[in-house]
Design a protein around this ligand. Sequence first.
Ligand code: ATP
Length: 327
Amino acid sequence: MDQQKLIALLMQREYVPGEWLSAQLGVTRDGVRKAVEELRQAGWAVESAQGRGYRLVAPENAVWPSRIRARLRTSWAGRRIDYFDQTGSTNQIARELGAQSPELAPHGTLVVADEQTAGRGRMDRTWQSRPGASALMSLLLRPRALPPAEATNIVLIAALAVCDACRSFGADALIKWPNDIVCGGKKLCGMLLDMSADMDVVRFAVVGVGLNISDCPRSPELTHAGCLEEAAGCALDRAEVIARFLEAFERYYDLWVQSGPPAILAPYAARCVTLGSRVRVAGLNDAFEGEALRVTPDGSLAVRTDDGLETIVRAGDVSVRGVMGYV
Ligand code: ATP
């Protein structure tokens, strides 16, 4: 009996029927009972309820699929949820799932981890996190007929979704173009888009989100990091935050599919702290200042430089900072 597989199955739902476990594990109902008993002896709290099945008792605040599902109202986002106590990068796992068939890893598959040891940011930067203190997750998407040049829209949708999720808990969250969530000048969240594409179409995309919830890394170089609980002024359940994110993501994604980029650009602009501000745009080799004017339908930023000319900067190429500070 593969004990890890049994634990993973029990983490999927609050109550897991013995019959389903026996089909998944390829053992008899008696075999399941024996395996559950062994888990109990190894220290796991497994309850059993007549007619409902087994329940693996989750620690408070755990980001197990069972806890996320119990709070989730979506039709496709989070349809499949894979959980890891610890992993290198959730984006890496979601990419591997993306390469599998859509039947096995459908549109909306979520990979979530309690701890990430090799989190990445844009342009090969690192995403640091403290175990058990954040939402570390990647959503696998299988867009229909999306040209690679328009994939940045997915980042805008993710930024909107995290921003709305944070606001639903009372935080005054805003978006720093393209995909950072800030509150009171502090960065709560970073995002990373990975994709696999042919010349003219995206095969699948993975959007990774690292959101500081109860704490943020205290390393000296992260002077502008903050966390959601501080911003909201109350203790939060991480599974609840993830569920709110998935719901908002599904809503904005469906709106984008039905009505096109303008439908998401308006709410994005309403939450974007960058627009109308004087910004410093830093590329790999040069930097300039100007006024951020608008976000274009492909997710780029239009900036007016001091000579009055308009420059379009693409999300993947630059870092944008406020001239007075991080935002
Ligand atoms: P920026 O405009 O902040 O430079 P970016 O969008 O280019 O951001 P990201 O890919 O979002 O960068 O994230 C990587 C950067 O975020 C790191 O270089 C680091 O400065 C910062 N960072 C890393 N971990 C955290 C964290 N837990 N909380 C806040 N900031 C972090």
